[in-house]
Write a protein that binds this ligand. Structure first.
Ligand SMILES: [Zn+2]
Length: 413
């Protein structure tokens, strides 16, 4: 079955034409109707600007990092100036300003940029995942390992990636375990997303890197088992060694199998029926079927860096440096099999956005030619908040507004 062919392509309006000059609206396709879907929302700008509060600290950390090593680098200034100005097409008669682009730093520590990247990524994957769910069940499976120290983080991340690829070989059938049939799960693809939870205590930080994954497996799997082990209890109860502790999670046979295999792989122990059966407890792995919400997998990878309440970067320079070195050139998210983005992303979503946007822009240009301006984001935010008669629009707004992306507007970090 070719899922890509089965994908329902949202209704296209008019094929996008790059050369928009000289087109007439005789077809009636170029319209200002629905332009409010492009309208920039003051609250979104305010929230984005708030997220940038942390960038000054991050910039200072970058500056120190490169100064200490006598390396010339402009990263600090790029991060400091993220989201500070916009290129704007000004339609004077119509009193409309179209925000064409904003300067972004795309830094892995910039909460604002990471938020944008998550949104875009989710918008690309979501229609495909929704469609895929008609043919397969999608499971959210979390693979964890014990916490590690600063000095171990980089090597641990490398190892995690390598070991996960090894684990997938069992799902793909490239590697077999005598006595265990992996083919019954009907794996067709997965998405793996790295998350690092940081626990900072004085100089002793510990890191909890783990993977949030989506697995597309055979529809209607019935996995038996209801097991209790050390991972079934709340952490606080384990700490207190409470006598009356009650299990809160019950694991099925599949989860127990994955816990053990994941442990064996990670500790370089050969995986076979004997090694699996002789293990009492593996590493914490838990999963559940996803009915509609895949957000966890697309969220920001470094949890806890940013405090929503005070809008500040939470961690010390030392933690920043550890993370910076550890995540250098790391892919936070990766797709496999049918969920490898090369195999399904055909830019349908981007084409949709372009078409919707271009129809309205052509309509605007039929009335007047715009003037290109460079405005500061601060001024734009002030203008929107003080309700001047100028309407601000942006193609980017469509990502969270139009119907095909229904459901992603709640994605916030
Ligand atoms: Zn940024």
């Amino acid at each position: 079955m070719n899922i890509k062919k089965k994908l329902k392509v949202p209704k296209a309006y008019v094929k996008q034409r790059r050369d928009i000059d000289g087109l007439t609206n005789s077809s009636g396709l170029f319209t200002l109707e629905g332009i409010e879907q492009l309208e920039v929302n003051a609250d979104k700008i305010r929230r984005a600007r708030k997220r940038l509060n942390a960038n000054d600290i991050i910039a200072d950390y970058y500056k120190n990092y490169y100064d200490k090593r006598c390396l010339p680098n402009d990263r600090a200034e790029i991060v400091r100036n993220c989201f500070s100005f916009a290129l704007v097409d000004y339609y004077r008669l119509l009193a409309i300003k179209d925000i064409k682009s904003v300067n972004l730093c795309h830094d892995k520590f910039c909460i604002n940029c990471q938020n944008q990247i998550s949104l875009r990524r989710f918008a690309k994957y979501k229609p495909f995942l929704d469609e895929l769910r008609s043919y397969y069940d999608i499971y959210h499976i979390v693979f964890t390992i014990p916490n590690c120290k600063d000095t171990e983080l980089k090597a641990t991340l490398d190892k995690l990636t390598k070991k996960f690829s090894y684990l997938l070989r069992f799902f793909k059938g490239d590697k077999k375990i005598k006595g265990i049939d992996f083919s019954k799960y009907g794996y067709v693809g997965a998405i793996k997303s790295l998350e690092i939870v940081i626990n900072e205590k004085g100089f002793l930080s510990s890191y909890h890197p783990h993977f949030h994954c989506l697995f597309a497996l055979k529809k209607g799997l019935r996995i038996p088992g209801s097991h209790v082990n050390a991972f079934s209890y709340k952490r606080s109860e384990i700490k207190n060694d409470s006598r009356n502790k009650k299990p809160v999670i019950f694991f099925n046979d599949f989860e127990i199998l994955l816990q053990k295999i994941w442990y064996l792989i990670f500790n370089n122990i050969e995986v076979n029926l004997d090694s699996i059966n002789s293990l009492d407890l593996g590493y914490s792995v838990y999963g559940s079927k996803v009915y509609k919400d895949y957000k966890e997998v697309f969220k920001y990878a470094m949890k806890g860096l940013y405090d929503e309440k005070t809008s500040t970067f939470q961690y010390s320079e030392q933690t920043f440096e550890t993370l910076k070195d550890a995540i250098h050139r790391k892919k936070f998210i990766q797709g496999y099999g049918i969920l490898n983005k090369k195999s399904f992303l055909d830019d349908t979503v981007e084409d949709e956005l372009d078409e919707y946007y271009n129809q309205r822009i052509i309509a605007l240009r039929q009335i007047e030619n715009p003037m290109l301006l460079k405005d500061s984001i601060f001024d734009i935010a002030k203008a929107i908040e003080s309700n001047t008669n100028i309407r601000y629009i942006s193609k980017n707004r469509l990502r969270t507004n139009i119907d095909i992306f229904a459901g992603i507007k709640d994605l916030d970090l």
